[in-house]
Write a protein that binds this ligand. Structure first.
Ligand SMILES: C[S@@+](CC[C@H](N)C(=O)[O-])C[C@H]1O[C@@H](n2cnc3c(N)ncnc32)[C@H](O)[C@@H]1O
Length: 313
């Protein structure tokens, strides 16, 4: 049975025009029942809809903003910003080295949601000067709320409505958090290919590590910290949908890119690892990146290390 996230089903956007499409509550309830998830079906059955059974778009927007606000609190608690900068800091250090310490760079966060990462980076200046910060998301309501929060906080960053498969913003480095598991099969490779075909020097996408503990850990954290049943449900399903090391490295093996995994399963402590990234870098960046990472670069591995007999899996 496929694992389905409610948030993917109740917000549907036309990929070409970006316009919001009407979603019939009964259709979503039926789909979730057929996928063997009666609990999710009950959650959707309780959402407000009009006489035509179309889900109330304003209520759905409010719900998505509420759930993402709870997700932000969880990210704050897990110190996700610091964990990301542990890898993104050396990556920008390596890029600066190659650029002769000059130039302006741009980080684009794909599927930025409420923009926690971009706003945290803008607030802390953790990547140093000359890094423009932009978030892109398919959900217009989340983009508008991320923008409102950034303005209220007086932050130097911006948010754009757009699709990961037709990116509206060029970048030096593309990043994402908690987005990869939404892309399945050929879409995962297409996602990496689009970035490899651009002028970007690297991508660095963080998602839930597919450890055996991930669904249990997700259940505990979301149960303890999130109030809305949709957030609790989707949090656990995300962990069940996390891609394996092999799937990520295979999908990121695209022309012009050196694919690397930071802290693959066998090298990480499953009690400490929540999010970890798959990286794709231009091959000439690998040595400067390893130098900038120091001892931590031992945790950065390519497919050849993972496939060696006895290697970490
Ligand atoms: C689980 S949320 C993660 C949000 C945010 N990165 C965070 O960590 O809080 C996944 C996000 O990806 C966005 N998304 C899904 N498909 C997308 C696509 N094709 N293009 C852009 N954004 C997308 C959703 O709208 C949602 O905001």
């Amino acid at each position: 049975m496929p694992h389905l996230e409610i948030s993917d089903l109740i917000t549907v956007t036309d990929p070409l025009s970006g316009a919001r499409l009407p979603v019939r509550r009964g259709d979503v309830v039926r789909l979730l029942q057929e996928s063997g998830d009666p609990r999710a079906a009950r959650i959707v059955a309780g959402l407000p809809a009009g006489r035509d059974d179309v889900l109330d778009p304003l209520a759905v927007d409010r719900l998505m903003i509420g759930v993402h606000t709870e997700m932000q609190r969880l990210s704050e608690e897990l110190r996700i910003g610091e964990r990301l900068v542990h890898v993104l800091g050396p990556l920008f250090e390596a890029i600066r080295e190659i650029a002769g310490r000059r130039g302006r760079f741009r980080l684009v966060d794909i599927g930025s949601g409420l923009g926690y990462l971009v706003r945290w980076l803008a607030a802390t200046g953790a990547l140093g000067p000359n890094v423009e910060l932009i978030g892109v998301d398919l959900d217009a309501a989340l983009v508008a709320e991320a923008d409102r929060l950034a303005r209220a906080e007086g932050l130097d960053c911006r948010f754009v409505h757009g699709n990961a498969f037709d990116l509206p913003e060029i970048a030096t480095v593309y990043v994402s958090t908690g987005v990869l598991h939404h892309f399945r099969g050929p879409a995962l490779t297409e996602f990496f290919e689009a970035q490899a075909d651009s002028q970007a020097l690297a991508f660095c996408h963080f998602d839930i590590a597919a450890t055996r503990l991930a669904p249990v850990g997700a259940w505990m954290f979301h149960r303890a910290r999130m109030r809305h049943p949709l957030g609790r449900h989707d949090g656990v399903v995300s962990a069940l949908r996390a891609h394996t090391d092999d799937t990520l490295l295979r999908a990121a093996t695209v022309p012009g890119i050196r694919p690397l995994l930071y802290e693959p399963r066998g090298l990480s402590n499953p009690f400490c690892t929540t999010l970890r990234p798959v990286l794709g870098i231009r091959p000439y960046l690998e040595d400067p990146l390893r130098l900038a990472m120091g001892r931590a670069s031992r945790r950065l591995v390519g497919a050849e290390q993972l496939s060696r007999p006895g290697a970490a899996r």
